[in-house]
Design a protein around this ligand. Structure first.
Ligand code: KIV
Length: 272
């Protein structure tokens, strides 16, 4: 049987075992969201280890003010586009609310649809100890699961807002429960750096942080935040690596001005 180091170094496309074996390899893991073909192709070409078709799509693509409205059919529609574009990274799809809350069988049926109807390889769901049974059932059905603890945006109403989660004992308990149930990786969202670091040291699966500091095994960000496409206030944990808002508005304004001024289309854009 291959050891962890051998598994992590197998050439070719990222797989679930290779991803899991990155823990402790010394290589930090980068994950980013994508929701459509052109951006998914670009992020794959950039060389990230994983692409997440996040239910953040509800907010950044559909314009809702939380992640609750997006449906399973909509997630699958977008995951198909991403699945067609990516051929190197691992592609993980968020199970939307409440597609895994109605019992293990329904969760397997819904996660099964994601794997059957898209070319994606794994699902993500929000939960720790409370979802351990569902995680175990999905994994037994051959469906790889990434868990998500800390701030769980699908529980925004119960949490009373998007707040930093500080209950160290509960966070460690949830993280351990997810790992013991068979999750291959764990997102830790909006928790203090020290707690995320401690969890990362205590569990055997890679932790992927967002607003959880540098002590995690990897990091994830929403693509629209990375590219500076998000209008309004972005969370403190975001780093914008580009300002596409300005690039896009300037390009379209220049196009409009050229059309109005008769400078576009030019002779070279027409046919004899
Ligand atoms: O939906 C999403 O984009 C996510 C990430 C922020 C982890 O769950």
């Amino acid at each position: 049987m291959a050891n962890k180091e051998e598994t992590a170094n197998v050439p070719g496309r990222m797989t679930v075992p290779k991803f899991a074996a990155l823990k402790g390899s010394g290589q930090k893991i980068t994950m980013v969201t994508a929701y459509d073909y052109p951006f998914a192709k670009l992020v794959d070409e950039a060389g990230v280890e994983a692409v997440l078709v996040g239910d953040s799509m509800s907010m950044v693509v559909q314009g809702h003010d939380n992640t609750l409205p997006v449906t399973l059919d909509e997630m699958i529609y977008h995951a198909e586009m991403v699945g067609r574009a990516v051929n190197q990274a691992l592609v993980i799809v968020d199970m939307p609310f409440p597609s895994y809350h109605l019992g293990k069988h329904k969760a397997i049926e819904n996660a099964g649809r994601i794997l059957k109807e898209t070319r994606c390889q794994a699902v993500k769901l929000e939960g720790g100890a409370d979802q351990a049974e569902t995680i175990r059932a999905l994994v037994s059905a051959g469906i790889p699961v990434m868990a998500h603890c800390g701030l769980r945006p699908q529980s925004v109403h119960q949490l009373g807002g998007y707040r930093v989660q500080r209950d160290a004992a509960a966070l460690l308990h949830d993280s351990r429960a997810a790992a013991e149930a068979g999750a291959f990786s764990l997102v830790l969202e909006c928790i203090p750096t020290e707690i995320a670091h401690e969890i990362t040291e205590k569990i055997s699966i890679p932790t992927i942080g967002i607003g959880a500091g540098p002590g995690c095994d990897g990091q994830v960000l929403v693509l629209h935040d990375v590219l500076g496409l998000t209008s309004g206030r972005v969370p403190r944990f975001v780093k914008e690596y580009a300002n596409l808002r300005t690039t896009v508005t300037e390009a379209v304004r220049n196009y409009r001005d050229d059309v109005r001024g008769g400078e576009f289309p030019g002779k070279e854009h027409g046919f004899e």
